[in-house]
Design a protein around this ligand. Structure first.
Ligand code: FES
Length: 242
């Protein structure tokens, strides 16, 4: 079926890096212009209805100015709590000076940003665990601990703001063992998380408490960014998210 575009604005109304509210078929839509391309998503934040066209645009991310949820303007994918559901991304084309939009009712635009390999593997599962520096996994008997023990130790670390352990929150990206040392790559729900230093410190302590571990190297990585899709069902239950 042909997509029914309608002219909603002129390019001159949407400068590079700009946001613009328009209505399409009586539906509120937010337009953004990034690197010369125009994107359109629902103008209603899925957390509590905040207008996304009033948000702060950074690259391809729009931050709702009410409580800080972020969405990818290319796909509508939710990137950051407190929102946990994506918004719709709509069809856009530019003809001459006219920005043309068609409401995406069919779902044929990507709903989720491509997930990074680690995130995809762990949306509802344990973090990736591996034994670096060796072609095969080191026999557990040679170590005084196994990788599951490390993950369980990390489950004792609680995010003080959300009151959920960091494994179920999906903050742990990788756990690798190198003899008696353990390398952990983890993230935070937001780069500005005030509890970040405490969470990192407690992660090191928790891993180094495991018998046989001589050193925990905990590295903070913000790429790929955390997204609510990484939480386990247990975390969702605790947070009341269904
Ligand atoms: S309404 Fe958008 S984050 Fe709350």
């Amino acid at each position: 079926m042909a997509i029914a575009y309608q002219a909603v604005a002129q390019l001159s109304e949407l400068p590079e890096g700009g946001n613009l509210f328009v209505e399409v078929d009586d539906q509120p839509v937010a337009l953004f212009r990034v690197e010369g391309q125009v994107f359109a998503i629902d103008d209603v934040c899925t957390h509590d209805g905040g207008p996304l066209a009033d948000g702060i645009l950074r690259g391809h991310e729009i931050e709702c100015d009410r409580h800080g949820a972020r969405f990818d303007v290319r796909t509508g994918s939710v990137l950051c709590m407190p929102a946990v559901e994506s918004v719709r991304a709509h069809h856009v084309k530019v003809e001459g000076e006219s920005i043309m939009v068609a409401i995406n009712d069919s779902g044929d635009l990507p709903k989720e940003a491509p997930k990074p390999p680690l995130a995809a593997a762990s949306a509802n599962s344990a973090p990736v665990v591996s034994d670096s520096g060796s072609e095969t996994t080191k026999p557990v008997a040679e170590l005084n601990f196994d990788q599951e023990t490390i993950v369980n130790a990390l489950k004792t670390v609680i995010d003080p703001e959300l009151n959920v352990n960091i494994v179920d929150l999906g903050l742990i990206y990788t756990v690798q063992t190198r003899g008696s040392e353990v390398d952990v790559e983890m993230t935070l729900t937001t780069p500005a998380c005030p509890a970040g230093p405490e969470i990192l410190r407690n992660s090191v302590k928790a891993v180094e408490k495991v018998e046989g571990v001589t050193k925990a190297n905990v590295k903070l990585v913000m790429n790929p960014p955390w997204s609510p899709a990484r939480m386990t069902d247990d975390a969702r239950d605790i947070l009341g998210i269904f």
